[in-house]
Each structure stands twice: as structure tokens, then as C-alpha cells.
Design a protein around this ligand. Structure first.
Ligand SMILES: [Zn+2]
Length: 267
């Protein structure tokens, strides 16, 4: 098993197969599959098959939740800028930071990169589980900044189901990393869960503040799209270039840096 996880040819074939499965299962667009391949190569450079197994766990479980109970969410798809099939930009929004850390770990080997890498995946997993599962909540979600109940699917909204999903998503990655790396201690599991959820929380705060939201002039709905009902929409909140992908990458980066800094003190 160890030999397989450290064999370059096996890893490259594994990455191609993963990207291909994502494309044929309609979890990825063609550009999303190319993005997945690139992210996979950089992660394999720094963390061999162990890193790929961890991001693979995120990839498979998140795709599963995206597809899960698709019918229930179909009417909400309209609110989001893009559908459930992830393109290159969305893949990089979640996989860009892990890929960057993988490259850094390859060129400048040090143990703290592993902590940063694991937290980057923990945040991505926590956040994806929270949004995919949270939107299935039957209760009306709560905006953490406006302190009032809001329309399901609104950026910056949380629900108890979504919060539980965030903790579960970070925990799965933390526990898996314990079995993948000898350097990850039981104490580290605890900190990875904390920073995974903190990253998800940062994402929610940014989503509720700087992330852009638009209102459709035609139907009056609050949307993430610049065009709705064939009409240009009006910016009603946030900064125009800050979309969900920018918010994702910022929260992952911030939580990973915090964890790498903390790893000098906590072992
Ligand atoms: Zn409209």
C-alpha cells in the first residue's frame, strides 16, 4: 500500500482516473476536470498518495452531497451563479490553496505544510458539507450578521443542520489525516477540527459582508448572477468582484495560515 502511494506512475494514473470520473459523473465540467488534474499533480508533488487520498475524500463526499436529494434543491439552483457541475474556477476555489501548499512542501520540505494542507482540505470539506446539507434544512436559516431569519440559500445564512454538517465535515478530514500521517497527533485532530470550522465560519462572515449580491429588476429576486431574466441586475450588497469563489479561497487560505502558525506551538 505504502509503495503504491509513493509510486509516481500510479499517482499520475490515479489523478487522471479521478478527473475522468468527475467529468463522466457530471460533477465536473471539462475545464473542471483539467483543473482537478493540475491540483492533483501539485498535491502529489508535496504529499504523494496520502495527500491525494485526503483531497479524494473531500472530492467524493462533497460530490455525493451535491447530488444527494437533488430534487429538493432544484428550485434553488436559480439563486446561485452556477449549477452543481464544477468548472475550473470552482475547482481552484477549493483546490487552489491545497495545490499551492503541495508545491511549497515539494520545494521547501517542512512539517508545518502538512498541517496547513490538512486544514485547507478540512475547511473546503466543512464548508461544502455545510452548504450542501444546510440548504436541505426544513427550518428557515438565520443570518449571522442581520440577526434575522432569511431566505434559504442566502450567503451568510446558517442553520443548526448546516453547523452540524460543518463540524462533521471537518472531523472526517481530521480523523483521516491522523491515519495518513505519523506526525498528526490526537491533539492535532482537535486543532484541525477547530480551524476547519473556523474557516467555514470565516467563509460565512465574508459571505454576509463583502460577497456581492444582486437584485433582479424583472422578478425582484436576490441573486448571485449579473444577469437574470435576460436583464442586467443591480448590485445591492458587497464588492462586485467578490463572488463565492473569492470568498472560498480567502477563508481556506486564512485558516490554513493560522493553523501553520499554531503548529509551531502545538504538537
Ligand atoms: Zn429575475
Amino acid at each position: 500500500m505504502t509503495a503504491l502511494l509513493e509510486n509516481d506512475i500510479v499517482l499520475i494514473v490515479g489523478i487522471v482516473v479521478l478527473a475522468w470520473i468527475g467529468f463522466t459523473w457530471k460533477a465536473l465540467t471539462f475545464s473542471g476536470a483539467i483543473g482537478t488534474f493540475l491540483v492533483g499533480i501539485f498535491i502529489a508533488m508535496g504529499f504523494q498518495g496520502y495527500g491525494l487520498l485526503l483531497i479524494g475524500l473531500f472530492f467524493v463526499t462533497s460530490s455525493y452531497w451535491s447530488k444527494y436529494n437533488r430534487k429538493k434543491k432544484e428550485n434553488m439552483e436559480d439563486m446561485h451563479e452556477k449549477g452543481s457541475r464544477r468548472d475550473m474556477v470552482q475547482v481552484l476555489a477549493n483546490g487552489g490553496v491545497p495545490a499551492l501548499i503541495g508545491m511549497m512542501a515539494y520545494f521547501f520540505p517542512a512539517e508545518y505544510w502538512t498541517y496547513g494542507f490538512v486544514v485547507s482540505i478540512a475547511v473546503a470539506n466543512s464548508d461544502t458539507w455545510a452548504s450542501e446539507i444546510g440548504t436541505l434544512s426544513r427550518k428557515q436559516p438565520f443570518s449571522i450578521l442581520r440577526l434575522e431569519k432569511v431566505e434559504p440559500g442566502t450567503s451568510g445564512a446558517i442553520s443548526s443542520l448546516g453547523t452540524l454538517a460543518a463540524i462533521a465535515g471537518a472531523s472526517l478530514i481530521a480523523i483521516a489525516s491522523y491515519f495518513l500521517w505519523d506526525g498528526i497527533t490526537t491533539m492535532a485532530i482537535f486543532w484541525i477540527i477547530i480551524f476547519g470550522v473556523v474557516g467555514c465560519f470565516i467563509d460565512t462572515i465574508l459571505g454576509a459582508t463583502v460577497q456581492s449580491a444582486y437584485r433582479c429588476k424583472e422578478c425582484g429576486k436576490l441573486v448571485e448572477k449579473k444577469i437574470h431574466c435576460l436583464q442586467p441586475t443591480i448590485l445591492v450588497k458587497g464588492v462586485s468582484f467578490v463572488n463565492n469563489d473569492v470568498v472560498n479561497i480567502s477563508s481556506i487560505l486564512l485558516a490554513s495560515i493560522l493553523m501553520m502558525f499554531l503548529s509551531f506551538f502545538v504538537r
